[in-house]
Write a protein that binds this ligand. Structure first.
Ligand code: MF3
Ligand code: CO
Ligand code: CO
Length: 256
């Protein structure tokens, strides 16, 4: 499969889907506190997407995934399954990953929260991981190569003695949830595919406090750090424009 270049009509639909996904994350700010379960978070997101946005939560039944969002707590890297058994407590860190389908197009985004009072070590991991995402985004423009983006992310993470997860990556996105190209969060400058105007893809670095190795739990979805140290992730859906980028899943708290 070739990388798809989106038409202006498709880009407008991607903007709508992206905005809806971002709104779901904004809605969660007031809810994430000690005592909430990851199933509560799932229900809040599901109900808002289906009843208010009249959209579809893409993860639900995707390759058999049983819930509407992914909730990844502490040493869970990604694809955590919401459950009423997981009660968030003071000091936990959590990623909620939301993907909505509106008018056939996908918007995919995630962010991190610290539950209750911030812990310095966790806050640093979360902030550096967000900086990794932003450093990748800032390079997006026609002519940049995917290896440039991966390299910038890897440099920033490793400078702070964190590691970059290798087993999962960003992806092209549009009518299809995960399409070409694969967007690695590590790499060599000057290598890989050249970006072109009209490409839409995610950047979603997963950065670990310890080593980068992953382990898949027997539920077939939950990915954890092999050394059980903390992991953080932030994700945006990006459009490559004629002279740079547009963050399709931008939240109002963000600069861009
Ligand atoms: N939203 C995830 C991503 O960023 C994919 C989740 S697939 C699921 O690509 F099935 F786990 F939900
Ligand atoms: Co994604
Ligand atoms: Co996602």
């Amino acid at each position: 499969m070739q990388v798809s270049i989106k038409t202006p009509e498709e880009i407008e639909k991607m903007r709508v889907a992206g905005r809806l996904a971002a709104e779901v994350l904004e809605l969660l700010d007031e809810h994430i506190k000690p005592g909430i379960t990851t199933e509560d978070i799932n229900r809040i997101c599901h109900d808002h997407i289906v009843n208010v946005q009249k959209a579809i939560p893409a993860p639900l039944n995707y390759k058999g995934f049983p819930k509407s969002v992914c909730t990844s707590v502490n040493h869970v890297i990604c694809h955590g399954i919401p459950t009423e058994k997981k009660v968030l407590k003071e000091g936990d860190i959590i990623n909620v990953d939301v993907t909505v389908i509106k008018d056939e197009y996908h918007g995919d985004t995630s962010k991190m929260w610290i539950v209750g009072k911030p812990k310095p070590g966790s806050e640093r991991l979360i902030n550096i991981t967000q900086e990794c995402l932003y450093k990748g985004i800032e390079l997006v423009k026609p002519g940049t190569r995917l290896g440039d983006i991966g390299h910038a992310i890897q440099q920033h993470a490793e400078k702070h003695r964190y590691s970059v997860v290798r087993d999962y990556c960003g992806h092209g996105i549009g009518k299809v949830f995960h399409e070409e190209p694969q967007v690695m969060h590590y790499g060599k400058p000057g290598t890989g595919m050249e970006l072109q105007e009209g490409m839409t893809f995610t950047i979603e670095p997963m950065i670990n406090q310890g080593k980068y190795q992953t382990k898949l739990l027997p539920d077939g979805w939950t990915v954890v750090t092999k050394d059980h140290k903390l992991s953080a992730q932030w994700e945006h859906t990006i459009l490559c424009t004629a002279d740079g980028y547009e963050v399709l899943t931008k939240r109002s708290e963000e600069p861009f």
